[in-house]
Design a protein around this ligand. Structure first.
Ligand SMILES: Nc1ncnc2c1ncn2[C@@H]1O[C@H](COP(=O)(O)OP(=O)(O)OP(=O)(O)O)[C@@H](O)[C@H]1O
Ligand SMILES: [Mg+2]
Length: 174
């Protein structure tokens, strides 16, 4: 089983992927760590997606894995299930503030979440709709249970989120 967890930074991919891999016994592929350890950063200081795709090519021969990272929505990886983790803007703001992100980086990340960037990008790159999981109101173990249930039942849909009211409010106060 090949499982992809993607989503905006701070939505809980790493925490949830670790717990899910322990539960299912599948290898865990941390995409951010691969990009960092192999120094796949281009001239613009952004990760070079071509080099990252090449580094992830061996996944094609792997039967069972959980690959997690926000860049998973930019590269078409072999996948049976693609989940996009979602987090309400208010909760995400709190989580990212704890990381001491600068104002610009914080706002950019919140905007990406409110615009459903990872969902649209996944759909464009993989050619199918991902399943969305809202991590705002669930514990890590609650999220893992939902993922396991979705996989076992081969669900086509999970949560529906709509952050457009948050986006409207956000744009008004800026
Ligand atoms: N229900 C939840 N599910 C996942 N994470 C949660 C949950 N509640 C709180 N968190 C917290 O959210 C924070 C962000 O989690 P994590 O580092 O796993 O995010 P990430 O999506 O991997 O971010 P990045 O893309 O930057 O690596 C952590 O401090 C984690 O403990
Ligand atoms: Mg992470």
């Amino acid at each position: 089983m090949r499982i992809i967890l993607t989503g905006s930074p701070g939505t809980g991919k790493s925490r949830i992927a670790i717990a899910l891999s322990e539960k299912l016994g599948f290898a865990l592929i941390d995409i951010k760590r691969i990009a960092c350890t192999r120094k796949l950063v281009g001239k613009s200081r952004e990760v070079d997606l071509g080099k990252l795709a090449a580094a992830l090519r061996p996944l094609a021969r792997k039967k069972d894995f959980i690959a997690e990272g926000h860049l998973a929505c930019e590269i078409r990886l072999p996948a049976d299930f693609i989940f996009v983790l979602r987090t309400s803007p208010a909760t995400l703001r709190r989580r990212l503030a704890k990381r001491h992100y600068g104002k610009k980086k914080l706002e950019e990340n919140l905007m990406a979440e409110m615009l459903d960037y990872c969902v649209w990008r996944t759909e464009a790159v993989y050619g199918r709709k991902p399943l969305e999981l809202d991590t705002s109101k669930r514990s890590v173990s609650g999220c893992v249970s939902e993922l396991v249930k979705a996989i076992k039942q081969k669900k086509k849909r999970l949560d529906t989120v709509d952050y457009s009211p948050d986006l409207k409010r956000h744009l008004k106060v800026r």
